[in-house]
Design a protein around this ligand. Structure first.
Ligand code: SF4
Ligand code: SF4
Length: 308
């Protein structure tokens, strides 16, 4: 996040239209760049870093070598006609993406003002009105740029749009509180209720997250979002304690989000290791596991959804 003249800008890496898995109805989801967690199953690795970066595609490259000329860091080379990036040398300046004629070097992350973002979101107002949808701000962790998110959601509400925030919950309460004043619904991630398991796999403790969840639930409507990761959070005790937590905070619904390996190629394109299989086991959640989660949520009297 930075100030452009007098205007605050936010670093956005995607604006997804017609999103149907980020809250009620048809929505536009604004993805903010940067996240303090390092969940190995993350399906948006391009949202982790807090600065713009490139995501190359070999398939689109026509080997014109304009990127080679543009790169002042000598991070680009060609071997047997194939473009290669030395990630240790890449500064993320985006000069190569600017000259590439075939969009084979995608720039991930663009600074936008609140009003620019609002204008894009407002284009689909008719769809929100007919479907009961609205705008969702997600990430990354959107609250790393909480001032931008606060201003955006405030303006969306003033424009009569339903607002939702999708958050890991890992942030200072004071920032979250300011954003929640303009948030109709929080999609609050609960990855694991056990502090040690949470810290080992996500890189951060869950005590503040759970405190923030209590605070959020006292201010606005909450849907708990649980990524279902085999070998990580699928034990019966964790399923029950997650359900008990949802009951305690009065969550309107629990969304079960089965994790998959579809993002593997994005990690490779970003020059990163895909560690999900090694960290939590290769298997994706099966129907039996989802059924067990659903039985447990039902036994606690909770409403639930799969994927949203
Ligand atoms: S982002 Fe900048 S440093 Fe990195 S490869 Fe492209 S031109 Fe070179
Ligand atoms: S500028 Fe784009 S198309 Fe040309 S060689 Fe570089 S990546 Fe490939």
């Amino acid at each position: 996040m930075k100030a452009s003249g007098h205007e605050l800008t936010g670093l956005v890496f995607n604006i997804q239209k017609f999103a149907i898995q980020d809250g009620p109805g048809i929505r536009t989801t604004v993805f903010m760049k940067g996240c303090p967690l390092r969940c190995p199953w993350c399906s948006n690795p391009e949202g982790m870093g807090s600065a713009p970066e490139i995501m190359p595609s070999e398939r689109k490259c026509i080997a014109c070598k304009q990127c080679l000329e543009a790169c002042a860091s000598d991070a680009i080379s060609f071997r047997a006609g194939i473009r290669e990036i030395d990630w240790a040398l890449c500064s993320g300046c985006l000069a190569c993406a600017e000259v590439c004629p075939s969009r084979a070097l995608e720039a991930v992350g663009e600074y936008k003002t609140v009003d620019e973002t609002l204008r894009i979101v407002e284009r689909d107002r008719d769809f929100y009105e007919t479907s009961g949808g609205g705008v969702t701000v997600s990430g990354g962790e959107a609250l790393l740029q909480w001032e931008f998110v606060r201003d955006l959601l405030k303006k969306c509400q003033q424009a009569g749009l339903h607002t939702a925030l999708d958050t890991t919950g890992y942030c200072a309460w004071e920032s979250m509180q300011q954003v929640l004043r303009h948030t109709d619904l929080v999609l609050f991630d609960v990855k694991h209720t056990d502090p040690d398991r949470h810290r080992v796999k996500t890189g951060v403790p869950n005590d503040q997250i759970l405190r923030n969840l209590e605070g959020a639930a006292s201010m606005t409507k909450v849907w708990l979002r649980v990524p279902i990761v085999r070998g990580f959070n699928d034990s019966e005790p964790n399923m029950h304690s997650t359900a008990e937590l949802a009951v305690r905070v009065g969550a309107e619904k629990v969304s079960l989000l089965p994790c998959h390996h579809w993002a593997r190629d994005k990690y490779r394109r970003l020059g990163r290791c895909y560690e999900s299989e090694a960290a939590v086991g290769g298997a994706e959640p099966n129907g039996q596991m989802l059924s067990r989660w659903q039985e447990i949520l039902c036994s606690h009297g909770l409403a639930f959804g799969v994927g949203n």
